[in-house]
Design a protein around this ligand. Structure first.
Ligand code: PLP
Length: 428
Protein backbone atom coordinates (compact mmCIF):
# COMPACT_ATOMS: atom_id res chain seq x y z
CA UNK A 1 0.00 0.00 0.00
CA UNK A 2 3.02 2.33 0.15
CA UNK A 3 2.51 2.69 -3.64
CA UNK A 4 -0.99 3.99 -3.08
CA UNK A 5 0.24 6.43 -0.46
CA UNK A 6 3.09 7.74 -2.61
CA UNK A 7 0.72 8.11 -5.56
CA UNK A 8 -1.97 10.06 -3.68
CA UNK A 9 -0.32 11.74 -0.67
CA UNK A 10 -0.92 15.48 -0.94
CA UNK A 11 -3.80 15.07 -3.45
CA UNK A 12 -7.21 16.54 -2.89
CA UNK A 13 -9.92 13.96 -2.17
CA UNK A 14 -11.64 15.41 -5.28
CA UNK A 15 -8.89 13.78 -7.35
CA UNK A 16 -9.20 10.29 -5.87
CA UNK A 17 -10.63 7.39 -7.86
CA UNK A 18 -14.12 6.26 -6.84
CA UNK A 19 -15.62 4.43 -5.09
CA UNK A 20 -13.22 4.75 -2.18
CA UNK A 21 -13.46 5.17 1.58
CA UNK A 22 -12.21 8.38 3.22
CA UNK A 23 -11.49 9.03 6.89
CA UNK A 24 -11.47 12.60 8.16
CA UNK A 25 -8.66 12.33 10.71
CA UNK A 26 -9.63 15.37 12.77
CA UNK A 27 -13.17 14.07 13.29
CA UNK A 28 -11.82 10.58 14.10
CA UNK A 29 -9.52 12.15 16.71
CA UNK A 30 -12.32 14.27 18.13
CA UNK A 31 -14.61 11.24 18.49
CA UNK A 32 -11.89 9.20 20.23
CA UNK A 33 -11.01 12.05 22.58
CA UNK A 34 -14.66 12.67 23.48
CA UNK A 35 -15.31 9.05 24.47
CA UNK A 36 -12.14 8.76 26.58
CA UNK A 37 -12.99 12.03 28.30
CA UNK A 38 -16.62 11.07 28.92
CA UNK A 39 -15.53 7.87 30.65
CA UNK A 40 -12.95 9.80 32.67
CA UNK A 41 -15.59 12.34 33.72
CA UNK A 42 -17.94 9.55 34.85
CA UNK A 43 -15.11 7.97 36.80
CA UNK A 44 -14.43 11.27 38.57
CA UNK A 45 -18.11 11.90 39.24
CA UNK A 46 -18.41 8.45 40.81
CA UNK A 47 -15.07 8.61 42.62
CA UNK A 48 -14.16 5.11 41.42
CA UNK A 49 -11.85 3.92 38.65
CA UNK A 50 -13.79 3.01 35.50
CA UNK A 51 -11.82 1.25 32.80
CA UNK A 52 -12.33 1.88 29.07
CA UNK A 53 -11.95 -0.95 26.54
CA UNK A 54 -11.89 0.00 22.85
CA UNK A 55 -13.42 -2.32 20.25
CA UNK A 56 -11.26 -2.14 17.12
CA UNK A 57 -13.69 -3.94 14.81
CA UNK A 58 -14.89 -0.85 12.92
CA UNK A 59 -11.61 0.10 11.21
CA UNK A 60 -9.29 -2.83 12.13
CA UNK A 61 -6.11 -0.75 11.76
CA UNK A 62 -3.01 -0.04 13.86
CA UNK A 63 -3.28 3.73 13.56
CA UNK A 64 -6.98 3.79 14.39
CA UNK A 65 -6.38 1.55 17.41
CA UNK A 66 -3.64 3.81 18.75
CA UNK A 67 -6.00 6.77 18.61
CA UNK A 68 -8.78 4.81 20.35
CA UNK A 69 -6.27 4.05 23.10
CA UNK A 70 -5.59 7.78 23.43
CA UNK A 71 -2.20 8.06 21.71
CA UNK A 72 -1.53 11.31 19.85
CA UNK A 73 -4.68 12.93 21.21
CA UNK A 74 -3.48 15.99 23.15
CA UNK A 75 -6.91 16.75 24.61
CA UNK A 76 -7.62 13.22 25.87
CA UNK A 77 -7.61 13.06 29.66
CA UNK A 78 -6.64 9.38 29.79
CA UNK A 79 -5.28 6.48 27.79
CA UNK A 80 -6.08 2.78 27.95
CA UNK A 81 -4.32 -0.45 26.99
CA UNK A 82 -7.41 -2.66 26.76
CA UNK A 83 -9.07 -3.67 23.51
CA UNK A 84 -11.82 -5.92 22.20
CA UNK A 85 -11.41 -7.75 18.92
CA UNK A 86 -14.06 -9.30 16.70
CA UNK A 87 -11.64 -11.66 14.91
CA UNK A 88 -8.47 -13.44 15.98
CA UNK A 89 -6.77 -11.82 13.01
CA UNK A 90 -7.26 -8.35 14.55
CA UNK A 91 -5.52 -9.51 17.75
CA UNK A 92 -2.68 -11.33 15.99
CA UNK A 93 -1.91 -8.48 13.59
CA UNK A 94 -1.99 -5.82 16.28
CA UNK A 95 0.33 -7.91 18.46
CA UNK A 96 2.63 -8.56 15.47
CA UNK A 97 2.86 -4.80 14.95
CA UNK A 98 3.47 -4.20 18.65
CA UNK A 99 6.18 -6.88 18.85
CA UNK A 100 7.91 -5.82 15.63
CA UNK A 101 8.36 -2.29 16.96
CA UNK A 102 9.11 -3.38 20.54
CA UNK A 103 6.06 -1.32 21.49
CA UNK A 104 3.75 -1.85 24.41
CA UNK A 105 0.44 -0.15 23.77
CA UNK A 106 -1.87 -3.17 24.29
CA UNK A 107 -1.72 -5.44 27.35
CA UNK A 108 -5.30 -6.63 27.58
CA UNK A 109 -7.41 -8.28 24.85
CA UNK A 110 -10.94 -9.68 24.95
CA UNK A 111 -12.20 -11.68 21.99
CA UNK A 112 -15.86 -10.72 21.77
CA UNK A 113 -17.24 -13.82 20.04
CA UNK A 114 -18.10 -16.75 22.29
CA UNK A 115 -16.13 -19.43 20.43
CA UNK A 116 -14.73 -21.95 22.92
CA UNK A 117 -15.14 -24.95 20.63
CA UNK A 118 -12.33 -27.34 19.67
CA UNK A 119 -11.53 -25.52 16.40
CA UNK A 120 -10.64 -22.26 18.18
CA UNK A 121 -9.34 -23.24 21.62
CA UNK A 122 -5.76 -24.03 20.44
CA UNK A 123 -5.67 -20.65 18.65
CA UNK A 124 -6.87 -18.87 21.80
CA UNK A 125 -4.29 -20.81 23.79
CA UNK A 126 -1.47 -19.60 21.49
CA UNK A 127 -2.72 -16.04 21.77
CA UNK A 128 -2.64 -16.25 25.57
CA UNK A 129 1.18 -16.38 25.42
CA UNK A 130 1.38 -13.09 23.58
CA UNK A 131 -0.52 -10.71 25.86
CA UNK A 132 -0.61 -10.18 29.64
CA UNK A 133 -4.39 -10.53 29.87
CA UNK A 134 -6.58 -12.43 27.44
CA UNK A 135 -10.27 -12.95 28.11
CA UNK A 136 -12.31 -15.44 26.15
CA UNK A 137 -16.10 -15.22 25.91
CA UNK A 138 -18.31 -17.97 27.28
CA UNK A 139 -22.09 -18.41 27.15
CA UNK A 140 -22.56 -22.17 27.12
CA UNK A 141 -21.71 -24.88 29.61
CA UNK A 142 -20.06 -26.78 26.73
CA UNK A 143 -17.59 -23.89 26.37
CA UNK A 144 -16.47 -24.52 29.94
CA UNK A 145 -16.35 -28.28 29.41
CA UNK A 146 -14.19 -27.77 26.30
CA UNK A 147 -11.79 -25.42 28.09
CA UNK A 148 -11.52 -27.81 31.04
CA UNK A 149 -10.84 -30.74 28.72
CA UNK A 150 -8.12 -28.73 26.94
CA UNK A 151 -6.43 -27.77 30.20
CA UNK A 152 -4.68 -24.50 30.96
CA UNK A 153 -3.73 -22.34 27.95
CA UNK A 154 -0.16 -21.98 26.69
CA UNK A 155 0.43 -19.00 29.02
CA UNK A 156 0.24 -21.45 31.94
CA UNK A 157 -2.28 -19.20 33.66
CA UNK A 158 -5.93 -20.16 34.07
CA UNK A 159 -8.37 -19.38 31.25
CA UNK A 160 -9.78 -15.96 32.07
CA UNK A 161 -13.40 -15.77 30.99
CA UNK A 162 -15.96 -13.07 30.35
CA UNK A 163 -19.44 -14.56 30.81
CA UNK A 164 -21.71 -13.02 28.22
CA UNK A 165 -25.00 -11.77 29.65
CA UNK A 166 -27.97 -11.28 27.31
CA UNK A 167 -30.08 -8.34 28.50
CA UNK A 168 -32.51 -8.17 25.58
CA UNK A 169 -30.61 -8.34 22.30
CA UNK A 170 -31.15 -12.11 21.92
CA UNK A 171 -27.94 -12.54 19.95
CA UNK A 172 -25.34 -14.17 22.21
CA UNK A 173 -25.22 -14.61 25.98
CA UNK A 174 -27.51 -15.89 28.69
CA UNK A 175 -30.08 -14.07 30.82
CA UNK A 176 -28.78 -13.89 34.40
CA UNK A 177 -32.02 -15.41 35.71
CA UNK A 178 -32.10 -18.36 33.30
CA UNK A 179 -31.50 -21.99 34.28
CA UNK A 180 -28.74 -22.25 31.64
CA UNK A 181 -26.94 -19.38 33.34
CA UNK A 182 -27.23 -21.00 36.78
CA UNK A 183 -25.97 -24.32 35.43
CA UNK A 184 -23.02 -22.61 33.79
CA UNK A 185 -22.08 -20.90 37.06
CA UNK A 186 -22.45 -24.17 38.96
CA UNK A 187 -20.02 -25.85 36.59
CA UNK A 188 -17.66 -22.89 36.89
CA UNK A 189 -17.63 -23.27 40.68
CA UNK A 190 -16.90 -26.99 40.63
CA UNK A 191 -13.45 -28.04 41.96
CA UNK A 192 -12.07 -29.58 38.71
CA UNK A 193 -12.99 -26.46 36.76
CA UNK A 194 -11.61 -23.90 39.18
CA UNK A 195 -8.08 -25.21 38.62
CA UNK A 196 -8.33 -24.41 34.90
CA UNK A 197 -10.79 -21.53 34.52
CA UNK A 198 -11.39 -18.31 36.44
CA UNK A 199 -14.10 -15.71 35.95
CA UNK A 200 -12.76 -12.33 34.80
CA UNK A 201 -16.22 -10.87 34.89
CA UNK A 202 -19.55 -10.37 33.16
CA UNK A 203 -20.13 -8.68 29.82
CA UNK A 204 -23.26 -7.08 28.38
CA UNK A 205 -23.67 -5.39 25.01
CA UNK A 206 -27.07 -3.80 24.36
CA UNK A 207 -27.14 -4.32 20.59
CA UNK A 208 -30.81 -3.41 20.68
CA UNK A 209 -29.81 0.12 21.74
CA UNK A 210 -29.33 0.73 18.00
CA UNK A 211 -33.09 1.09 17.68
CA UNK A 212 -33.23 3.85 20.32
CA UNK A 213 -34.54 7.19 19.11
CA UNK A 214 -33.22 9.49 21.86
CA UNK A 215 -30.16 9.78 24.06
CA UNK A 216 -32.44 9.33 27.11
CA UNK A 217 -33.47 5.89 25.80
CA UNK A 218 -29.80 4.96 25.45
CA UNK A 219 -29.08 6.14 28.99
CA UNK A 220 -31.85 3.87 30.29
CA UNK A 221 -30.32 0.98 28.38
CA UNK A 222 -26.87 1.72 29.81
CA UNK A 223 -28.42 1.51 33.26
CA UNK A 224 -30.05 -1.81 32.30
CA UNK A 225 -26.71 -3.14 31.01
CA UNK A 226 -25.06 -2.25 34.32
CA UNK A 227 -27.86 -3.77 36.39
CA UNK A 228 -27.72 -6.98 34.34
CA UNK A 229 -23.99 -7.59 34.83
CA UNK A 230 -24.20 -6.57 38.49
CA UNK A 231 -27.06 -9.04 39.10
CA UNK A 232 -25.09 -11.73 37.28
CA UNK A 233 -22.09 -11.10 39.53
CA UNK A 234 -24.28 -11.27 42.64
CA UNK A 235 -25.62 -14.66 41.53
CA UNK A 236 -22.07 -15.98 41.09
CA UNK A 237 -20.95 -14.68 44.48
CA UNK A 238 -23.97 -16.17 46.21
CA UNK A 239 -23.23 -19.55 44.65
CA UNK A 240 -19.50 -19.45 45.36
CA UNK A 241 -18.63 -17.46 48.51
CA UNK A 242 -14.90 -17.90 47.80
CA UNK A 243 -15.18 -15.45 44.89
CA UNK A 244 -14.04 -11.93 45.68
CA UNK A 245 -16.60 -9.68 43.98
CA UNK A 246 -14.23 -6.72 44.08
CA UNK A 247 -12.02 -8.59 41.64
CA UNK A 248 -14.78 -9.05 39.06
CA UNK A 249 -15.08 -6.82 36.01
CA UNK A 250 -18.53 -5.62 34.98
CA UNK A 251 -18.20 -4.65 31.33
CA UNK A 252 -20.97 -2.78 29.54
CA UNK A 253 -21.47 -0.73 26.43
CA UNK A 254 -22.36 -0.22 22.83
CA UNK A 255 -21.83 3.08 21.05
CA UNK A 256 -25.41 4.30 21.70
CA UNK A 257 -25.35 3.44 25.42
CA UNK A 258 -21.81 4.79 25.88
CA UNK A 259 -22.82 7.98 24.08
CA UNK A 260 -25.37 8.65 26.80
CA UNK A 261 -22.39 9.62 28.99
CA UNK A 262 -22.55 12.96 27.16
CA UNK A 263 -25.67 13.85 29.12
CA UNK A 264 -25.07 16.32 31.93
CA UNK A 265 -27.67 14.69 34.16
CA UNK A 266 -26.25 11.35 35.18
CA UNK A 267 -27.57 11.28 38.74
CA UNK A 268 -29.37 7.91 38.45
CA UNK A 269 -26.35 6.36 36.78
CA UNK A 270 -23.90 7.77 39.33
CA UNK A 271 -26.11 6.59 42.22
CA UNK A 272 -26.27 3.08 40.75
CA UNK A 273 -22.52 2.91 40.29
CA UNK A 274 -21.65 4.33 43.70
CA UNK A 275 -24.21 2.49 45.80
CA UNK A 276 -25.01 -0.83 44.17
CA UNK A 277 -22.11 -2.19 42.13
CA UNK A 278 -20.24 -5.12 43.64
CA UNK A 279 -17.52 -5.26 40.95
CA UNK A 280 -15.38 -2.93 38.80
CA UNK A 281 -17.16 -1.10 36.01
CA UNK A 282 -15.69 -1.14 32.51
CA UNK A 283 -17.16 0.69 29.50
CA UNK A 284 -16.57 -0.80 26.04
CA UNK A 285 -17.55 0.39 22.56
CA UNK A 286 -16.17 0.64 19.04
CA UNK A 287 -18.25 2.35 16.37
CA UNK A 288 -17.94 5.75 18.12
CA UNK A 289 -14.62 6.56 16.44
CA UNK A 290 -16.37 6.71 13.05
CA UNK A 291 -20.19 6.96 13.59
CA UNK A 292 -22.75 6.38 10.83
CA UNK A 293 -26.42 6.97 10.02
CA UNK A 294 -27.52 4.22 12.41
CA UNK A 295 -25.88 6.24 15.19
CA UNK A 296 -27.46 9.48 13.93
CA UNK A 297 -30.82 7.67 14.09
CA UNK A 298 -30.32 7.02 17.83
CA UNK A 299 -30.39 10.76 18.42
CA UNK A 300 -26.95 10.70 20.08
CA UNK A 301 -24.88 12.25 17.27
CA UNK A 302 -25.24 14.62 14.32
CA UNK A 303 -24.31 13.64 10.78
CA UNK A 304 -21.45 16.20 10.75
CA UNK A 305 -19.74 14.12 13.48
CA UNK A 306 -19.27 11.12 11.17
CA UNK A 307 -15.56 10.71 10.49
CA UNK A 308 -15.85 8.58 7.36
CA UNK A 309 -17.68 8.39 4.07
CA UNK A 310 -17.72 6.66 0.74
CA UNK A 311 -16.54 8.79 -2.17
CA UNK A 312 -18.68 8.26 -5.26
CA UNK A 313 -19.30 9.79 -8.69
CA UNK A 314 -22.51 10.76 -10.50
CA UNK A 315 -22.56 8.71 -13.71
CA UNK A 316 -25.90 9.42 -15.38
CA UNK A 317 -29.17 11.30 -14.96
CA UNK A 318 -32.83 10.40 -15.62
CA UNK A 319 -34.90 13.60 -15.24
CA UNK A 320 -38.07 11.87 -16.42
CA UNK A 321 -38.01 9.65 -13.36
CA UNK A 322 -36.23 12.12 -11.08
CA UNK A 323 -33.16 9.96 -10.39
CA UNK A 324 -29.40 9.89 -10.85
CA UNK A 325 -27.03 6.96 -11.29
CA UNK A 326 -23.84 6.66 -9.22
CA UNK A 327 -21.16 4.03 -8.73
CA UNK A 328 -22.02 3.61 -5.03
CA UNK A 329 -23.83 0.29 -5.20
CA UNK A 330 -24.16 -2.48 -2.66
CA UNK A 331 -20.48 -3.49 -3.01
CA UNK A 332 -19.37 -0.17 -1.58
CA UNK A 333 -22.29 0.72 0.73
CA UNK A 334 -23.73 -2.66 1.80
CA UNK A 335 -27.47 -3.17 2.32
CA UNK A 336 -27.75 -1.86 5.89
CA UNK A 337 -30.60 0.37 6.98
CA UNK A 338 -31.99 2.44 9.83
CA UNK A 339 -34.92 4.74 10.44
CA UNK A 340 -33.14 7.18 8.10
CA UNK A 341 -34.46 6.37 4.63
CA UNK A 342 -32.21 4.79 2.02
CA UNK A 343 -28.74 3.25 1.95
CA UNK A 344 -26.75 6.42 2.56
CA UNK A 345 -27.05 10.22 2.60
CA UNK A 346 -25.24 12.18 -0.11
CA UNK A 347 -23.24 15.22 0.98
CA UNK A 348 -21.32 17.81 -0.99
CA UNK A 349 -17.53 17.37 -0.68
CA UNK A 350 -17.07 20.96 0.53
CA UNK A 351 -19.59 20.38 3.28
CA UNK A 352 -18.61 16.90 4.43
CA UNK A 353 -15.29 17.97 5.96
CA UNK A 354 -16.87 20.73 8.02
CA UNK A 355 -18.78 20.82 11.30
CA UNK A 356 -21.93 22.60 10.17
CA UNK A 357 -25.12 20.56 9.89
CA UNK A 358 -25.31 18.92 6.47
CA UNK A 359 -28.00 19.52 3.88
CA UNK A 360 -29.74 16.26 3.03
CA UNK A 361 -30.83 16.88 -0.55
CA UNK A 362 -29.93 13.51 -2.04
CA UNK A 363 -29.89 9.96 -0.73
CA UNK A 364 -29.11 6.55 -2.15
CA UNK A 365 -32.55 5.10 -2.74
CA UNK A 366 -31.79 1.78 -4.44
CA UNK A 367 -28.70 -0.32 -4.88
CA UNK A 368 -27.59 -3.28 -6.92
CA UNK A 369 -24.08 -4.69 -7.14
CA UNK A 370 -22.32 -1.59 -8.51
CA UNK A 371 -25.26 0.72 -9.36
CA UNK A 372 -26.46 3.26 -6.82
CA UNK A 373 -29.66 5.17 -7.63
CA UNK A 374 -29.79 8.64 -6.06
CA UNK A 375 -33.05 10.41 -5.39
CA UNK A 376 -33.71 13.93 -4.11
CA UNK A 377 -35.61 14.24 -0.83
CA UNK A 378 -37.66 17.07 -2.25
CA UNK A 379 -39.16 17.31 -5.73
CA UNK A 380 -36.64 16.94 -8.59
CA UNK A 381 -37.60 20.46 -9.86
CA UNK A 382 -36.83 21.97 -6.42
CA UNK A 383 -33.40 20.35 -6.02
CA UNK A 384 -30.15 21.70 -7.44
CA UNK A 385 -29.03 19.16 -10.04
CA UNK A 386 -25.77 17.22 -9.66
CA UNK A 387 -23.85 17.22 -12.91
CA UNK A 388 -22.50 14.03 -14.44
CA UNK A 389 -18.95 13.48 -13.17
CA UNK A 390 -19.60 15.23 -9.83
CA UNK A 391 -17.88 13.51 -6.91
CA UNK A 392 -19.81 13.38 -3.67
CA UNK A 393 -19.69 11.79 -0.21
CA UNK A 394 -22.10 9.11 0.97
CA UNK A 395 -22.62 8.78 4.72
CA UNK A 396 -23.10 5.05 5.23
CA UNK A 397 -25.80 3.42 7.30
CA UNK A 398 -23.48 1.00 9.15
CA UNK A 399 -19.87 2.00 8.81
CA UNK A 400 -18.34 -1.15 10.39
CA UNK A 401 -19.74 -3.22 7.55
CA UNK A 402 -19.17 -0.61 4.85
CA UNK A 403 -15.48 -0.29 5.76
CA UNK A 404 -15.22 -4.07 5.42
CA UNK A 405 -15.74 -3.61 1.66
CA UNK A 406 -12.52 -1.62 1.16
CA UNK A 407 -8.92 -2.89 1.05
CA UNK A 408 -7.60 0.43 2.39
CA UNK A 409 -8.86 3.82 3.54
CA UNK A 410 -7.62 7.24 2.47
CA UNK A 411 -7.03 9.51 5.45
CA UNK A 412 -7.60 13.22 4.80
CA UNK A 413 -7.21 16.42 6.78
CA UNK A 414 -9.98 19.00 7.13
CA UNK A 415 -8.84 20.72 3.94
CA UNK A 416 -9.51 17.48 2.07
CA UNK A 417 -5.84 16.69 1.44
CA UNK A 418 -4.77 13.05 1.63
CA UNK A 419 -2.23 12.59 4.41
CA UNK A 420 -2.15 8.82 4.87
CA UNK A 421 -3.51 5.43 3.87
CA UNK A 422 -4.64 2.99 6.57
CA UNK A 423 -4.67 -0.71 5.72
CA UNK A 424 -7.15 -2.82 7.71
CA UNK A 425 -6.78 -6.40 8.91
CA UNK A 426 -9.73 -7.40 6.76
CA UNK A 427 -11.64 -10.67 6.94
CA UNK A 428 -10.29 -13.61 8.92
C1 PLP B 1 -19.94 -8.13 21.55
C2 PLP B 1 -19.76 -6.71 21.14
N1 PLP B 1 -19.28 -5.84 22.03
C3 PLP B 1 -19.10 -4.54 21.71
C4 PLP B 1 -19.41 -4.07 20.46
C5 PLP B 1 -19.18 -2.62 20.15
O1 PLP B 1 -20.40 -2.00 19.92
P1 PLP B 1 -20.45 -0.60 19.21
O2 PLP B 1 -19.83 -0.77 17.86
O3 PLP B 1 -21.89 -0.23 19.18
O4 PLP B 1 -19.66 0.33 20.03
C6 PLP B 1 -19.92 -4.94 19.50
C7 PLP B 1 -20.28 -4.46 18.18
O5 PLP B 1 -20.91 -5.09 17.38
C8 PLP B 1 -20.09 -6.31 19.85
O6 PLP B 1 -20.57 -7.20 18.97
Amino acid sequence: MSDILSQYKGCSIKDLPTPNFIINEEKFDRNCTAMLNNVETLSQQCGVPIKFRAHVKTHKTVKGTLKQLGHGLPLATRTTRAILVSTLKEAVELLDHQDSGCLDYINDISYSLPCCVPEFIPLLSNLSRRVDNLQVFVDNIEHLENLRKFGRPASGKKWSIFIKVDMGTNRAGLAFDSSDFLNLLKFLSSPGTKEIIEPYGFYAHAGHSYSSATIYDTQNLLIEEIKAVNCAAKVLCSMDPTIDASGLTLSVGATPTSNSLKLDNKSTLVKLITTELIGNLEIHCGNYCMYDLQQVATGCVQDCELSGFVLGTVLSSYPSRGELLSNTGVMSLTRESSSIKGFGNCVDLQQVLGSEEFSRDWYVARISQEHGILKPRRKWEDTSPLKLGTKFAVLPQHVCITMGQFPYYFVANSQGIVTDVWVPFQKW
